[in-house]
Design a protein around this ligand. Structure first.
Ligand SMILES: *Cc1c(COP(=O)(O)O)cnc(C)c1O
Length: 351
């Protein structure tokens, strides 16, 4: 069977997404960092008014309605914006366009596992550089590695910490390849590295509507970079990579920043309450987390794998990573206060 595939594809492990039960399944879903609140009412209203003509015709190739909304919200020109089918597509295009066996993909670990999957399928050389003390960005080593593409998730998953802008600036200045700042969780964070796009032609900021905007099912992401960086990516994308519905619904959600910010404020407040409750149960919880999830260390008398399973048996999904350094941790998405309370009650009975 394997002879059908390129050796790189035979050798690679595919990306394993978190469990995605069908909507309507009675579970408390705290495993893949979705927003617990519904999408903007403005976005839902647009969805309900779309007539069949939008489905019959091909969409605009560059998702211009959505680009316009992004251009207004972020005060960047239209040609500095690339719209993609989820931000995962943007990450994929970057690896495809830039990396191979002589042009490495570089990232600090632990981080988003998809970076590795994308490099393996290319195949591209990979250099993984561990975070110092779990979350300090290893700037010097990353510069020395000279990746064709260097991925920094900031805020990072699973740690929840952001990289300081000064570190990212130093990195951008020291790299001859592209620096990708993956800001999937920026809507829950204190700052953005967006200004670096104006300072450096080798920096691209990756954003998604999956987390902050409660639109993970829509599959919409975008990149912000100078036009010269985007030009190679535009050449290789699918002609109609973003569907007409995503483009219009996403534009309405993007324009409704007030709603997105209000939901993020609720999530951040709940994050604080949840952190306190988890600490009272004996979990170690990191301070100054910038994401809508917490990577917590289970109490010494507990077992992360067993807690994961026990919660699952009670209809609560969280994320457990069995790989090294994370065996005694759980990554828990911040839900509504009611969901978080049910989680705490379940954990308390399991412990
Ligand atoms: C969720 C996530 C993404 C993917 O977002 P999509 O837009 O849904 O493809 C990218 N990077 C990180 C670090 C994420 O956690």
């Amino acid at each position: 069977m394997s002879s059908y595939f390129r050796p790189a594809v035979t050798a690679m492990t595919g990306y394993i997404p978190g469990e995605q039960p069908r909507p309507g399944t009675p579970v408390i879903k705290l495993n893949t960092n979705e927003n617990p609140y519904p999408p903007s009412p403005e976005a839902i209203a647009v969805l309900q008014t779309l007539d069949s003509e939008w489905l019959r015709r091909y969409p605009t190739p560059y998702a211009d309605d959505f680009r316009q909304a992004v251009s207004q919200v972020f005060a960047v020109p239209m040609d500095w914006i690339m719209v993609t089918n989820g931000s995962d597509e943007l990450l994929n295009l970057l690896v495809r366009a830039c990396a191979d066996s002589d042009r490495p993909v570089v990232y600090p670990t632990p981080t988003y596992v998809l970076y590795k999957t994308l490099a393996e399928m290319q195949p591209a050389k990979v250099l993984e550089i561990p975070y110092e003390d779990h979350h300090r960005l290893p700037v010097e080593a990353l510069i020395a590695a000279q990746g064709a593409v260097t991925f920094i998730a900031s805020p990072n998953s699973p740690s929840g910490y952001s990289a300081p802008i000064a570190d990212l600036r130093q990195l951008a200045a020291g790299l001859s390849g592209i620096l990708v700042v993956d800001e999937a969780y920026v809507d829950f964070a204190e700052e953005t590295a967006l200004s670096l796009v104006h300072e450096f032609e080798n920096v691209i900021i990756s954003r998604t509507l999956s987390k902050g905007y409660s639109l993970a099912g829509l599959r919409l992401g975008f990149g912000l970079a100078q036009p010269a960086l985007l030009s190679g990516l535009f050449k290789i994308k699918d002609s109609y990579n973003v569907d007409a519905i995503a483009c219009l619904v996403g534009a309405a959600a993007m324009r409704d920043q007030a709603y997105k910010d209000a939901c993020a404020a609720k999530v951040k407040a709940s994050r604080q309450t949840l952190a306190i409750a988890l600490k009272q149960l004996g979990f170690q919880v990191p301070e100054h987390v910038q994401t809508n999830f917490l990577l917590v260390t289970v109490p010494s008398h507990g077992n992360a794998g067993a807690l994961y399973q026990g919660l699952k048996d009670r209809g609560i999904l969280v994320r457990y990573f069995s790989h090294s350094g994370l065996e005694n941790k759980l990554r828990i998405t911040v839900g509504t206060d009611e969901q978080n309370q049910l989680l705490i009650e379940a954990l308390s009975s399991l412990l």
